[in-house]
Ligand binder design. Sequence first.
Ligand code: ATP
Ligand code: MG
Length: 319
Amino acid sequence: MNAEPIKEVLTRARAEVRKVIIGQEDVIDKALIAIFTGHHALIEGVPGVAKTLLVRTLARVLGCEFNRIQFTPDLMPADITGTSVFNMKTNEFTLIKGPVFTTFLLADEINRAPAKTQSALLQAMQERKVTIDRDTHVLSPNFTVFATQNPVEYEGTYPLPEAQKDRFMLKVSMSTPDRASELELARRMLGDNSPEEALAAGAVQAVISADDLSQLRHALGAITVREELLAYIVDVVRATRENESVLVGSGPRATQALLLASRANAALDGRDFVTPDDVRSLTEAVLGHRLVLRPEYEIEGVTIAEIVGKILEQVAVPR
Ligand SMILES: Nc1ncnc2c1ncn2[C@@H]1O[C@H](COP(=O)(O)OP(=O)(O)OP(=O)(O)O)[C@@H](O)[C@H]1O
Ligand SMILES: [Mg+2]
């Protein structure tokens, strides 16, 4: 598979998602980048901007097995991974598999559960394995988590632990729709064509199988990344560790993620080489959620977007 067929699949995937989701093009592309590189994504936004609907739609496009976990304050780790129960008939323990045993997992409103419960996903996300009562179970190689959350300022939210955030390739922020999109949404609500109904009625076709997905991931390896661009990516990530307003910068997972995401962005654009703009357009999404600001700067109201902007100004762009 070279650049053209990859672009074709991605274009079809985009078109299917857009049958349900109005606007939000940038969010859709970033979500596809996470999926096509085999990574997890975090989707943040205020209530009602179609976070859950987007992930449900993506599951259809992927045509793979799909589970959903609604996170609540009283959710227990075993509600995610599963439990062994004693079977009186056979005199043995049998495993009741939890919802994590799937291919595409929607962890809805993940920050409504306390850290201990969120952490039940850690091993599954990094190793694609789950350990229950000392037995380790292997998940699908395509196991992907898409988590949604409301911004931390919202009441009743528990911030994700740093280790958990680091496992998400990127965080995309969904903002409220622009006027044209909101008008289109209002129009669709009049007929029997609301986004929810369109999804329920099967308007969205699966465009890729599990096989296609692994081929596609393999094909991304053919996209060229010049040595200068590799250095650029490394320098951008390293600059987060030296920034005066940052307490904890991005770790090496961020370097891997920024590289792979940039390559997929080139594919979305139909190119077989990565440009500095691929890197720049993804820096905030890939690095932002991994940064911890120094409290004094946070109080002053310094934002992640500003810090990322500064870093991109500082690091010399390769020509
Ligand atoms: N851009 C959009 N495209 C299509 N539908 C939209 C869009 N924005 C909002 N909606 C509509 O808004 C409703 C809410 O969507 P959804 O439940 O996915 O929101 P959410 O972001 O998950 O909210 P919450 O944080 O409360 O769970 C849906 O009925 C959906 O059709
Ligand atoms: Mg929701």
